[in-house]
Write a protein that binds this ligand. Structure first.
Ligand code: GMT
Length: 375
């Protein structure tokens, strides 16, 4: 099939999932066209079957906001015509599903029919999409997609609760491509980051409010009072400066490393002992799954789709949002006994294997085939 993939190209779960899905589909013989405003961060493999088309938005001083949706839908029309793309798979409803619908309508005028598959990723439904200013357009875009998928059962439930949805929603979970996920380093170079007796705690996110960054710092503060430890903070975002201030205030700056955005996630996870994800909400928690795939147990909040990934008492522990005391207690419980930590690490690896990409890509392929057939 010739498949157009629309996604956010930046660091962030939905773009990562879209990119890795596209690459996996290309290996299975499909022709993939990524259409977005810059080359997706994990797209390092442009080949015969993988193409990237940049959406350009010309600046014009009249506009306070440059019309990205307009440029995207025009680009979709052009690329569908030029390459004979048969189906569009848009990741994150806002504004991709809306722009794809406009492209579909424009193409229909020319006698070309292009079906749209929309994958809902989380905040396009929960924090952003359900805002009254966006809700009518998001509802319309979902109801006018030819197929809709969500990355967890929890997100599907949220979508049906928050919107008036007439379409079926298929749950297709996020995944790990173990062939790309290098968890088998012979030497993690752990000694560069910490002393032998120190535990390495890691958090990876886009440092938005929803990630509860102050809770990450407070949990680590409690851990390091009991157990020698270092904290790896990976990512960039609006809450980062405040996080640094809090570390300074708690006098733990010398135990915390702020990496910024990193292309070496696998390496960082390779030397990590515990992953913290105390988010306010999380449709899935891809970062937690990536940690588990590297054998890192997870201390998380018990919210959204996280319980579908992190299994209580097996791969880590889940606590109520903001329950820093409980999360700290659970973290110390795992870290304080070497044998116990080893068991949790093995469990994390084993459970993550359930999300192997080989089990998930065929589900998307089946949705494409069904959608094309129904057109
Ligand atoms: O978490 C973010 O803010 C990024 C966002 C995205 O669109 O990249 O992540 C969402 O999609 C990921 C991939 O499906 C999920 O793993 C994240 O849980 C989800 N984030 C939230 O629901 C807050």
């Amino acid at each position: 099939m010739k498949i157009g993939i629309v996604c956010y190209p930046t660091f962030g779960g939905s773009g990562v999932v879209a990119t890795e899905l596209g690459l996996a589909l290309s290996k299975r013989g499909h022709e993939i066209h990524f259409i977005t405003y810059s080359q997706p961060v994990r797209l390092d493999l442009l080949g015969n079957n993988v193409h990237y088309h940049e959406v350009n938005v010309p600046e014009y001083p009249l506009f306070l906001y440059q019309p990205y949706e307009l440029a995207l839908s025009s680009k979709l029309v052009d690329m569908v015509k030029l390459y004979g793309i048969e189906i569009l798979h848009v990741h994150y409803a806002i504004p991709h599903a809306y722009a794809a619908y406009m492209a579909k309508k424009m193409l229909q005028e020319e006698g070309i029919y292009i079906p749209i598959v929309t994958t809902l990723h989380g905040t396009d439904i929960t924090l952003v999409g359900s805002h009254p200013f966006y809700k009518p357009a998001v509802t319309f875009s979902i109801n006018n997609s030819d197929a809709v998928t969500s990355v967890s059962q929890s997100l599907k439930d949220d979508t049906l609760r928050l919107f008036d949805i007439k379409n079926e929603i298929d749950v297709v979970p996020n995944f790990i491509d173990f062939s790309r996920h290098k968890s088998e380093f012979t030497d993690c170079q752990r000694d560069v980051m910490a002393k032998e007796d120190e535990m390495i705690i890691t958090h990876i996110s886009n440092f938005r409010k929803v990630k509860q960054i102050p809770d990450v710092i407070k949990i680590f503060y409690n851990i390091q009072k009991e157990i020698p430890a270092k904290l790896m903070m990976v990512g960039e975002g609006p809450e980062k400066a405040e996080a640094e201030r809090l570390c300074k205030k708690l006098d733990i700056l010398d135990k915390v490393v702020f990496f910024g955005n990193s292309h070496e996630i696998d390496r960082i996870l390779c030397f990590s002992d515990l992953f913290l994800l105390p988010s306010q909400t999380e449709s899935f928690g891809l970062a937690a799954l990536e940690a588990m795939a590297s054998g890192v147990p997870v201390i998380s909040s018990n919210t959204g789709g996280i319980p579908e990934v992190n299994i209580q008492g097996i791969t880590g522990f889940l606590s109520n949002v903001n329950d820093v005391e409980d999360m700290s207690k659970n973290a110390i419980y795992i870290l304080s006994d070497k044998k116990r930590l080893e068991t949790f690490k093995l469990n994390a690896t084993r459970e993550s294997a359930k999300f192997a990409i080989e089990n998930v890509v065929p589900q998307y392929e089946a949705i494409y085939v069904k959608t094309l057939k129904n057109c």
